[in-house]
Design a protein around this ligand. Sequence first.
Ligand SMILES: [Ca+2]
Length: 481
Amino acid sequence: MNKRTVIIRLWIAVIFCGTASARASQEKRPNILFIIADDLGARLGCYDDALAVTPNLDRLALQGVVFRNAYCQYHTCGPSRASMMSGKYPFESGYTHNKDGTYGQYMPDFTSLPRLFRENGYRTARVGKVYHMGIPKGIGGAGTDDPAGWDVAINNTGWDAFEKNWSKATHWGERDSAGVRIRYSAPEIEDRESADGQGLVEAIQLLEKHHPQKTGQPFFLAYGMFRPHPPMIVPRRHWDAVNPAEIILPMVPENDRDDIPKVNWHRHGPEYNFIPEEHARNYTHAYYAAIHFVDHLAGQLIQALETQGLADNTIIVFTGDQGFMLGEHGHWHKSSMFEEAQRVPLIIVDPRAKEKGAQVSGLVGLIDLYPTLCDLAGIVPKHLLSGISLKPQLYDVSAKTKQCEFIMGSPNGYTIRTPKYAYTEWRKAGKKTGDAMLYDLENDPREFTNLINLPEYQEVQRELERQLDARLEAAARGCDQ
Ligand SMILES: [Ca+2]
């Protein structure tokens, strides 16, 4: 062997080893399994909800960290999801609507989370509703997706998405051509016939197809379920898993609404307020049946992850895009500025992290998911993010979170939430309308006594107002981009 041959062989060995080690290090980067349910509030067994039958998510909670006080950034789908995927508050990005279009059309300056991961060598895939789409009519479409974020995007559909089926579900209230009001049924169908069940089949196939050992790339798989968003149509077996005798409708004091600004009943029609008891009980039953369904689907996907030998190197996030009122204050559906509509479940499992089965009580938001996943995967964001990384909490639940969180809602409502208080005000053309609420959540967790303008709370009110004003003014000046 002459000198030249030795050098060439050495070079080949270096290149080969380099490629192999690059491949090995790619395979070591953690995969991301992101599961999001639609309109799911913090109503799971691991959140001490006695009616919820959620064995799979409760088990997931034992493997990681449950964030007890996690809030969405907007109480409807479009802005909540756009905020989560951009890492920016709706009042910073201006994305405060549910209009059609694409993410990139409204958010040209903010690289979406999946796109950033894709640009950093991840094999990315979406199944179902990750960005906004109208339910049920938008099922089977891409909604306000960011197509640049995915190597593969699956627009799954199924039995409950077809108008001939959902239109036959039990319905109460005025005309409902969109199918989104009080509407529920429990047909004798198999899980896999439903749109979410079909999504599960697709998601499991993608786990196999995108296995890092096959692709040489870590994966980011997002599975977005359509339930428990109405119409609440769930396969019969999940309806049967909920015991109707355990349903307790929320107590509403007689004078409850006297101190609540009318604007908070943004959805003021009779179909959203004080619905007849028979429907209230059935609709609550349907919501919890849908939660059981969601739990079952998530459980099967996590099981598939384990069967594929991927659990040891996959970060799992389970969450919802906003909450849902089930008769609290007599109100139904989302779109109010109360806790039940703003608080969401958030479970994060990082198999490498120290805390298992722990609970964080500090304030966090869905805005924090972007920086958290970047931090956990070692990816540098391309724009300034407004949330914080929750990685410290995964290693030590006593690590400090935030002093306050911000939540928006229609029409131009703004909440600042602290560990003790929630202050909400409404604005019109940038000016305060005078409608406002202040609740002491430590002593009045059901928000029955609006403390606004009471002399003994003036100082608290002024301070929260000052912090909210400062945050909104900073956003208006573009200081946070
Ligand atoms: Ca939603």
